[in-house]
Design a protein around this ligand. Structure first.
Ligand SMILES: [Zn+2]
Ligand SMILES: [Zn+2]
Length: 264
């Protein structure tokens, strides 16, 4: 198995996005003036295994509009085709795309992919609800043209500390697990590497490893309690299995993947 970190440009987010207050201020502060972070990577991942090439998420595109709490920094050359070429990979070889959740910085790159895409059924249902649809209109963040991923159920039973999972490879070494919080149907993908470590491609479960270890809910999830419960489950999983934890926007993710650095 080989896992590649692909970076499709960067995003700056408001400090209040990374370190939200509790109560009303959690989401309100996103729309008020405030300091901004350094650029954070927009990662997606390519996994070579069993003669197939899986993409986990598809990254952002240069046409993404800034929103009150996120500013995108990427050129057309940094979109998925360029990121894949930099890793020595070709889009023609992609077998399928697994989406962690429906946000633009994870799905917009699908415009470059001919292979089928799949998404957790609960996430597809959430994306179609009135409130997320309204937010996409208000923030001018439409789903990419032709967005029609095939839904899958997490019906392959428990895996490690997770109650529900779905096998994504024949040998069961690549799985989706439920990690609700950032969005209700969010999944993470766990790859069991050749040394038996669990490499967790965590999407936006948290923005950083620090946020996981601090058990801090984010500013955008509908229910902070659900989010914190997921973080506890992930930490329980990390205690059972050596796990390399890789959120999409953590500036440390690529180095932790390269060095197989597990959560203590
Ligand atoms: Zn997201
Ligand atoms: Zn994201």
């Amino acid at each position: 198995m080989k896992i590649h970190a692909l970076a499709t440009g960067a995003v700056r987010v408001k400090h209040s996005f990374l370190f939200p207050k509790s109560g009303m201020r959690r989401q309100l502060d996103l729309f008020l003036p405030g300091p901004w972070s350094d650029p954070l990577p927009i990662h997606c991942w390519a996994v070579e295994h069993e003669g197939r090439l899986l993409l986990i998420d598809s990254g952002e595109t240069a046409g993404a509009r800034n929103i009150p709490f996120a500013r995108f920094e990427l050129s057309p050359e940094q979109e998925l085709p360029g990121a894949m070429a930099e890793a020595g990979l070709s889009l023609d070889e992609v077998s399928e795309v697994i989406l962690t959740h429906h946000h633009g910085d994870h799905v917009d790159g699908l415009v470059h992919v001919g292979a089928p895409a799949r998404i957790h059924d609960a996430e597809l249902e959430f994306a179609g609800q009135a409130f997320p649809a309204l937010m996409r209109r208000v923030l001018r963040q439409p789903l990419p043209p032709g967005f029609a991923p095939v839904p899958f159920a997490l019906d392959d039973g428990p895996f490690g500390a997770f109650d529900r999972s779905r096998r994504l490879s024949l040998d069961g070494r690549i799985l989706a697990v439920q990690t609700p919080g950032h969005t209700p149907g969010h999944v993470s993908v766990i790859c069991i590497d050749d040394e038996g470590r669990h490499v967790m491609l965590a999407g936006d479960v948290t923005d950083t490893l620090e946020q996981l270890l601090s058990r801090r809910a984010d500013a955008v999830g509908p229910d902070p309690k659900v989010h914190v419960a997921t973080l506890e489950t992930i930490l329980a999983h990390c205690r059972r299995h050596p796990t390399v934890y890789l959120p999409s926007h953590d500036p440390g993710s690529a180095a932790r993947l390269a060095g197989s650095v597990t959560v203590d």
